[in-house]
Design a protein around this ligand. Structure first.
Ligand SMILES: Cc1cc2nc3c(=O)[nH]c(=O)nc-3n(C[C@H](O)[C@H](O)[C@H](O)COP(=O)(O)OP(=O)(O)OC[C@H]3O[C@@H](n4cnc5c(N)ncnc54)[C@H](O)[C@@H]3O)c2cc1C
Length: 309
């Protein structure tokens, strides 16, 4: 109920304006967002690299309805990729197709993302295409498949809560292009297409991870990132990987910036390959609302800050 309300509010332009101008909201958002400027992001990447973690950097923005904004976002990605490479930082980028003009013109979106992936390839950096709401899954996978014809420094995300995901993953494995971050899924999807039960989603994401770590999938070049802070999930996957003698450097766990920092340190100290998803930029509102929706304690933290306590 609360999750549904917060995700609905994440689409409201009016709430976006109010929240962005509200100092306590900006303060709480800083817990999950590196900052509004590129320099803020580069500083955070350096700190995380010094701890031993890799990074994937997200320039915030989604559902862009103007080609100029999509182009500006792409330019920012290209600039930041160049600066990451110049400073020898261990970071790739994550992007959303809806920020690259997907809703305006599919070919324009493809060409825009292609430019970023081509530059990233020159700079030996990786581009991950985030997965958005279910209406965008087919087109996201179609554009990913097109990009994979020319590039191998690009991957995609699959969401364990969707009923279709086992088939999608099997298709990518069969075609030898399964470079996938597995996540539970952050949007509000109906029961006709998405599991709603927490334990069922845990089981699904573990089953998907085991599919990706199977000898058949690895022989076909599958590379897995597990995007989850759920210790039931990652402890089980770590156990499975170790029991099957899988090289710990051949797959990774990814956390969102600002979440479970103690676990991040603990896992790094155990030799687990870790990557942190670091968002930055001025359009932090929808991202921030999804983080509140995931955890009621975050909302309480926000409300206490808003009340000045
Ligand atoms: C690196 C990364 C990339 C992602 N990319 C996508 C994507 O492209 N598309 C998509 O739909 N979803 C994405 N997600 C979000 C994902 O789908 C889940 O909504 C989110 O990760 C919460 O699920 P969980 O597996 O962490 O488990 P949960 O059961 O939600 O969390 C487990 C524990 O982690 C901690 N925790 C989790 N979330 C929070 C939070 N917001 N604040 C504080 N503590 C928290 C809590 O201690 C909680 O008990 C991504 C997640 C990660 C980690």
């Amino acid at each position: 109920m609360l999750r549904h309300a917060l995700i609905t509010l994440s689409h409201s332009n009016k709430m976006q304006r109010l929240t962005r101008d509200f100092p306590p909201a900006r303060r709480v958002a800083r817990r999950f967002v590196a900052g509004e400027k590129r320099e803020d992001a580069l500083t955070v990447i350096k700190q995380l690299n010094d701890m031993g973690a890799f990074v994937t950097l997200d320039y915030l923005g989604e559902h862009v309805s103007d080609k100029r904004l999509a182009r500006a976002s792409a330019e920012e990605y290209k600039t930041v990729l160049s600066e990451i490479a110049e400073n020898s930082l261990k970071s790739g980028v994550s992007l959303k197709l809806s920020a690259m003009g997907l809703h305006i013109d599919i070919e324009f979106c493809y060409e825009t993302v292609r430019e970023i992936v081509a530059l990233a390839s020159e700079k030996k950096r990786f581009v991950r295409i985030d997965m958005e709401e279910s209406a965008l899954v087919n087109i996201t996978l179609a554009l990913y498949r097109r990009l994979r014809k020319d590039f191998d420094n690009v991957g995609v995300v699959l969401q364990a809560y969707l009923h279709r995901t086992r088939d999608d993953l099997q298709g990518l494995i069969d075609d030898g292009i399964a470079d996938v971050r597995l996540v539970k899924g952050a949007y509000d999807e109906p029961p006709e297409i998405a599991w709603q039960d927490r334990e069922k989603i845990q089981k699904e994401i573990i089953a998907l991870a085991e599919m990706m770590l199977s000898p058949e999938a690895r022989d076909r070049g599958a590379r897995m990132a597990l995007g989850s802070h759920d210790d039931v999930v990652y402890n089980e996957v770590i156990r499975f990987a170790s029991e099957n003698d899988i090289d710990p450097q051949s797959w990774e766990i990814q956390f969102l910036y600002g979440i479970r920092r103690d676990e991040l340190k603990r896992l790094l100290s155990q030799g687990v390959r870790m990557r942190v998803y670091v968002p930055y930029g001025e359009s932090w509102y929808p991202y921030f609302m999804r983080r509140l929706a995931e955890r009621p304690a975050n909302l309480m933290f926000f409300l206490r800050a808003a009340a000045g306590k």
